[in-house]
Design a protein around this ligand. Structure first.
Ligand code: HEC
Length: 105
């Protein structure tokens, strides 16, 4: 009995987690269009040319970190500084979740 309750609790926690992630991916997909990221990094996270990095399938932790570094100026790039400067932490999380979820090619 104890184990059944525990199993149910774990399954519930996993599905809540998955739903939260689904939401972040969806919101990230909208943000990528609204903020214009897709203009350079593509709808599917594949850069539109050789100077635009592919983001598809990258670890979301890495993407979050890079976007924060651009925002703070720690990673210095004129193009991305302008892109990241006004992003909130939750927008960064959603954008990273979206691009990390795009299939690697
Ligand atoms: C005008 C083109 C352009 C737009 C728009 C743009 N980026 Fe970028 N992005 C670049 C370029 C160029 C780089 C490589 C910069 C460098 O060398 O650090 C880059 C780098 C990145 C990186 C780091 C990739 C890596 O492998 O380290 C991330 C993450 C990123 N962009 C996310 C975004 C997001 C999210 C948006 C929308 C808010 C966005 N970019 C909008 C051109 C763009």
């Amino acid at each position: 009995m104890k184990y059944q309750i525990l199993t149910a609790a774990i399954l519930a926690a996993i599905s809540v987690g998955a739903m939260a992630n689904e939401k972040a991916i969806e919101s990230g997909s909208e943000l990528a269009q609204v903020k214009g990221c897709v203009g350079c990094h593509g709808m599917d996270g594949i850069g539109i040319g050789p100077t635009f990095p592919n983001l598809a399938g990258q670890h979301s932790t890495y993407l979050v970190e890079q976007l924060r570094h651009y925002r703070s100026g720690y990673r210095n790039n004129a193009i991305m500084a302008g892109q990241a400067v006004n992003l909130t932490d939750s927008e960064i999380f959603d954008l990273a979740s979206f691009y990390a979820n795009q299939p690697l090619r």
